[in-house]
Design a binder for this molecule. Structure first.
Ligand SMILES: [Zn+2]
Length: 357
């Protein structure tokens, strides 16, 4: 979930593929209210609604839980999501098309696997998830205020126009991550230093965690060097820490790092003498965050990849990077250029994308 509410050398074969890709315009579609409601609250999202707890459900709907049980709150939240889908206006469709044409023109040849996927959009009311942008299945959810910004900037070439392009690329990255999780594993492990593993989330964290629809898996472990050649493991994520009834999306999110210990079945959170998991603020795990050349989005590898990609595409490097962060930036850039274009391994997927519509 975003808070934006959100030259490579060509081989002969890649020239051919690139030209083919350019000939095929990606499919762009706008879901109707009915189709959007089924998409946003359909059966395939049972897992998302089943994970929700009272705090995050209240933040996502803006409605205090009152006397609702956890189960009643989950049902209410699903109904709220379903009822918060709207139809696009003609001008909103036109504005998205204008921004997408610019994205396709600038990045279609470099990252065709991402840019030439179908672009599917769903419009939400401004009070759903605080108006944040996110994705469901193959669909990008944009709120009324976000669409207003696209309309405002459709005839200009400003920083805001670039912000709109970045948002589209960020969200489409989440669509690709969901479709091809195995593609991203080497990036997360070798470049970002996450490790996949089964993490048992402690109930105290579970009740406070903010479930990210674009990074649902808890099974990523942040790996950092410890003392005497040992390795340290942390679960990282966003939580709603205070005990107040209502939290605000974004503003009340707190990134935390919880130390993990290895157990037979994977990893479990280290608990203090008070029975609660020990944790520190995520920005205090500087040995991890200082390696990543982004200022937000550290809390899940899907977000690290999506934010870092738009830093690369829109040259958003406004601070001097330290040596390790500069190395991660360079390696990530190479990874995106190599893996988001057709090659022998990806030909089949690319063909399917360009012939599906
Ligand atoms: Zn995101």
């Amino acid at each position: 979930m975003t808070r934006t509410f959100a030259c490579f050398l060509l081989s002969i074969s890649s020239i051919v593929l690139s030209q083919e890709a350019r000939l095929v315009c990606p499919e762009i579609s706008f879901l109707s209210m009915e189709d959007g409601a089924n998409k946003i609250a359909g059966g395939e999202y049972d897992e998302f609604f089943a994970k929700l707890h009272l705090r995050e459900a209240a933040a996502m709907t803006g409605v205090a839980p009152g006397e609702k049980t956890l189960q009643e709150s989950r049902v209410f939240t699903r109904d709220f999501f379903r009822s918060a889908v709207l139809d696009f206006t003609e001008v909103e469709r036109a504005a998205l098309q204008v921004h997408l044409d610019r994205v396709i023109d600038q990045f279609g040849d470099i990252y065709p696997l991402l840019v030439h996927r179908p672009w599917r959009f769903l419009k939400s009311r401004k009070d759903l998830c605080g108006g944040f942008s996110f994705t469901r299945d193959d669909c990008i959810v944009l709120s009324e205020p976000t669409l207003s910004n696209f309309v405002k900037t459709m005839r200009t070439e400003s920083m805001e126009t670039k912000n709109g392009e970045s948002l589209l690329l960020h969200e489409q990255m989440h669509v690709l991550q969901r479709a091809r999780p195995e593609l991203f594993k080497p990036l997360y492990e070798d470049v970002f230093h996450f490790m996949s593993g089964t993490v048992t989330v402690h109930p105290w964290i579970d009740e406070r965690q903010v479930t990210n629809p674009d990074g649902m898996s808890d099974n990523w472990v942040a790996v950092t060097p410890g003392e005497n050649g040992h390795t340290k493991w942390h679960w990282i994520g966003s939580v709603l820490l205070s005990d107040k009834t209502m939290h605000t999306m974004g503003r009340d999110f707190v990134g935390v790092a919880v130390p993990l210990q290895s157990v037979d079945a994977g990893y479990q959170m280290v608990v203090g003498s008070d029975g609660k998991p020990k944790f520190k603020l995520l920005n205090e795990l500087s040995e991890f965050t200082s390696r990543l050349p982004i200022r937000v989005g550290w809390d899940h590898p899907n977000e690290v990849a999506a934010y870092l990609f738009t830093v690369i595409t829109h040259a958003r490097r406004d601070t001097k990077l330290n040596g390790r962060a500069a190395d991660v930036m360079e390696r990530a850039k190479e990874w995106f250029e190599k893996n988001l274009k057709p090659n022998s391994e990806l030909d089949e997927d690319q063909r399917r994308i360009t012939t599906d519509h």
